[in-house]
Design a protein. Structure first.
Length: 270
């Protein structure tokens, strides 16, 4: 029996090379979702190309607090510590979420299909509450976007400590999101060290084998580039080569996986 899986490329618009690689993979049917860094100066010029592909993929917002664009950003360690101590301003975070949602919609012509977060900041305490508030203010009568649930991580990749920390800092996100009326992804994969030495092909085969129906796997592909601001540039090109090649298609066939847009359980059962 074929199982349906959403494969989402993060970081669209972070750079031209990342975005070009994602667009190629969308055209090839190797991805079924991508999430946009709407603060990026590249986003206005890339939005039309992505919108032209929006019938074949979910297009979401990659909520960002850690990657610098026009304004300085604070490192992940700041958000991890302050969120756990509840020392963050909910109104300020809500306003930041609204600004990123509005910049997405300004250039894309509509609101995003889903929301996730760069380095999973969207699921941290306080930040999640601010995001829920912002979404409720903008969507109003529209169906709410679905949310990525990092605490539903189902495979540790090649770094058990990293996966344990992620689940711990995002604990209860899935439950709170569903209580607020959001559909969430029931199983999440794609976490790994993001080093060039990592066995991405082997890890993907493990994720494909382990993932249940309606799972979501994240990835970070891109075309080769020498980008000093991107510490995982080498891993991006390795991911792109694998995802665009025959091996990935064969692995999907072996594990009877169909790459599709995400369907919340209530919709899928209708």
């Amino acid at each position: 029996m074929t199982k349906r899986l959403t494969l989402c490329a993060d970081d669209f618009a972070q750079s031209g090379s990342i975005s070009a690689g994602i667009l190629q993979l969308l055209d090839a049917g190797r991805l079924s979702a991508t999430s946009v860094m709407s603060q990026s100066p590249h986003w206005p010029s890339l939005a039309a190309d992505l919108k032209a592909r929006s019938q074949r993929a979910d297009i979401g917002l990659h909520f960002n607090l850690t990657h610098s664009f026009d304004a300085p950003a604070k490192p992940l360690s700041h958000w991890l510590m302050k969120s756990q101590l509840r020392q963050l301003s909910l109104p300020a975070l809500r306003d930041e979420a609204l600004a990123q949602i509005d910049r997405f919609a300004e250039h894309f012509g509509r609101l995003p299909d889903f929301v996730d977060g760069h380095q999973h900041v969207h699921a941290l305490p306080v930040i999640r509450d601010a995001l829920f508030d912002a979404i409720q203010r903008r969507w109003q009568q529209l169906p709410l976007p679905y949310l990525r649930a990092p605490d539903k991580l189902g495979h540790p990749g090649d770094n058990r400590l990293k996966s344990l920390i992620l689940r711990s800092v995002c604990i209860n996100f899935d439950e709170q999101a569903q209580e607020a009326g959001f559909a969430t992804t029931p199983w999440f994969g794609g976490m790994y060290s993001l080093t060039p030495q990592a066995d991405f092909s082997g890890l993907m085969q493990a994720w494909l084998a382990r993932s249940p129906e309606q799972a979501l796997i994240m990835c970070h592909p891109g075309l080769p580039a020498s980008d000093a601001d991107d510490p995982i540039a080498a891993s991006r090109s390795r991911e792109f080569d694998y995802l665009s090649g025959d091996a990935f298609a064969e692995h999907c066939r072996q594990h009877k996986v169909e790459i599709v847009r995400f369907q919340p359980a209530a919709v899928a059962a209708a």
